[in-house]
Write a protein that binds this ligand. Sequence first.
Ligand code: ZN
Length: 271
Amino acid sequence: MVTIPMWYKDETEFKSLNGYDVDGTWYPRVTKILEIKSKPALERFFKEMESYAAADEVKNKSAAEGSLMHETIQSMLTGESKPIPAQVEPGVIAFQKFNEQKKIEFHPEFVERRIWSPRHRYAGTLDALAWVDGKFGVLDIKTSTGFYPEYNLQTAAYVTALQEFEVKRALSLPRDIETRWILRIDQHRVCARCNATLREKGGRAKIRSANGRAAAPNMCPDERHEWGQQEGDVELKEFPLVYKDMKAFVAAKILWEWEYDYWLRKIGYTK
Ligand SMILES: [Zn+2]
């Protein structure tokens, strides 16, 4: 049987697009590994759009908007008070308010930090380590409309890596990691007439009724909504149990390694 490997120019390109170098050892990236898993919500979105190009454009624009929110929050956490871009201001302000109330303490040395697992062989970039309600854990920031299962696999990989002795020592971790959270930051507008919400992602409007449905009898027709100001919304969810998610992550990694066997052998990762 002839298998056709995924196309890369050379080993250097494969390595730089798929992994990180940590002290001279190359490790595949957690987010790259997770690309092997199908994403039904994303597939549904692509099917709903009139063309692949249109869907791809919305997806990329939405990713850029998410990055801007991410970067702004991260610069705040590291104390770099950069100006807040107007597009993300409602979300950032909601985040600040949420923080004051919840008293999340971010560890400034562990914002956007490289982590790796020598044992399972992968690497990634943490958003933050934080104390919430007396617990210390991994905190990942998302700007999506909902919580997607992939997030759990990603953060389980981070938690597990940080529990390895060698990594704890190399990073001088101040305390053992006990848990993980997803902090979701998003923006929406509310209709003054029917209380529906409007979320704009990558230039595409997503309208939901007051109880979260795509269509409801009490909703105004599309052109009758009266949208208010952008409001930020922030949600924090804890996912304390890592074991099952880690098992799934390891399985995804095995599949990923199978898919990229040609290149992984070429670069000496697989012997
Ligand atoms: Zn309305």
